[in-house]
Ligand binder design. Sequence first.
Ligand SMILES: *Cc1c(COP(=O)(O)O)cnc(C)c1O
Length: 424
Amino acid sequence: MTSPVWHPYAHLKTQAPAPRVVGGQGTRFTLDSGESLLDATCSWWCMIHGYGHPRLVKAIQEQAATLCHVMLGGLTHDPADQLARELVRVTPEGLNHVFFSDSGSVGMEVAMKMAVQYHHLRGRPNKHRMLSLMKAYHGDTAGCMAVCDPEEGMHSLFSGFLPQHHFAPAPTAPYAATPEQVAADLDALRAVLEAHHHEIAALLMEPLLQAAGGLNMTSPDYLKGARALCDEFDVLLVFDEVATGFGRTGRMFAADHAGVSPDIMVLSKGLTGGYLGHAATLANDRVHDTFIGDSELHAFMHGPTFMGNPLACRVALESLRVFEEDDYLGRIARLNAILVQELARDSDLRAHPAVADIRVLGATGVIEVHDSKALKGAAAIAREQGVWLRSFGRWLYTMPAYITSDEEMHQIIKAMKAPFTANA
Ligand SMILES: *Cc1c(COP(=O)(O)O)cnc(C)c1O
């Protein structure tokens, strides 16, 4: 019998029946068949502690017994207040104000709305468009679709429905690029700003790692250059750290690699350790204080029903404690060392005719192929080896939970390489 559940990104005619998950513990989840799978993607990159972490489960249970939900309109509560303080503490200098919402996409919508209103309140209503990058992915809601890569970003069908923004080329300089390589990328960014700054409210980017748009990695110097350009052209800098936040690139935040503070930063995915959907949009004083004023237009007219949900805030607080107490940055460095050694430095894999590139950053490892057909059987081969992989487009990647053991990391890498060794 077919299920009424409509699955995301699925072609209804060709989709395979979805395996039924009945539970999860640590790095693995279990299917109703009894099959246990090592999750190489930690459920779209958010289950950073793995499944069923006792401290996170307990935090939710305790909070549920006290207060599951209350509106944040006109009221406040300790979990929201404490989480906001903790986020201000751990994020880059200057991000002192926290607006909660319920998902990464909405967190980005909030960021864009804040940026437009900021300029409006400063008497620059013409600055109402965004500058985004090719290969960007910022979410699936209308406002977010409009700032995803307009050509390859899977939303081209909706182009007539979406507001028009500006795009600069995706950065091409790799993480360890020379200043000259980065300069070429920054020149391309400057060119768009010079031509259109009078109508640009904010530059949006996924710092260092453009995730769902093709796992494109770039240099910290690009972030520094972008910061300087934004200051020069009176444009706000928005970092979408929904995917990169909480350790994925090897530092707590991608911004930390560059020592750069954006004006606005968006967090979600790893925020609650994946245990509940939630997001935070942080702003610096410059943005926040512009909203202090006498006119009615000064209020920020946004307020998702579930913003600051106590269960989500409480589990996010516990997630952050575990992250720091259990030295997750140290664990990520170990996973990174294995990924570098066994994936990035595998010269046979690199020389395989189907393989275009291999990239590693923090706890992220990617095999990019020339033609997506090369990845057709990859998930099935991995599953035979007890590993859950889900490739997209031309990218086969892992973003494992940070509790992944060395042995499990080896197992994941072996499964990623399997499609290339079998056909060799
Ligand atoms: C996943 C993602 C989003 C969207 O988050 P949702 O919670 O799925 O709405 C936005 N930006 C980036 C960089 C993401 O990876």
